[in-house]
Design a binder for this molecule. Sequence first.
Ligand code: C2G
Length: 131
Amino acid sequence: MRRVITYGTFDTLHHGHIRLLRRAKSLGDYLIVALSTDEFNALKGKQAMFSYKDRKYDLESLRYVDLVIPENSWEQKTTDIQLYHVDVFAMGSDWTGKFDFLKEQCEVVYFERTPGVCSSSIRESMIAATK
Ligand code: C2G
């Protein structure tokens, strides 16, 4: 069983996220998503539109996702990889190089980010539409 892990906020789930998850799952048999909690988002300076509970619900509905765990800190990646016996760490290319230190523990893969879609612009247009 080859286990893959990825991390993110996954707010206003869109095809850029889903393409990332689909490619991450294609690297193994089991995909874990460490989902940023609302508290960790505050640390990241991100204000998600949807709660952790709703974002978790969305991810758990996807065929590519096998397990959703909370992401509470920047530091947990090393222990997550040990705890869940992870073989591959995968992220989008906006993070290229940022997590290369994990190469001591597992494979590290960065996938090309999907152009033309992002949660922040979806959020802004949703907010504008309610004004
Ligand atoms: N992504 C993508 N294409 C997009 C938007 C996002 O491939 N158009 C990818 C990102 O590169 C990331 C994942 O989808 O790998 C989740 O994106 P975000 O929810 O924006 O996550 P982020 O805020 O980058 O959090 O510890 C790592 C952080 O929690 C990552």
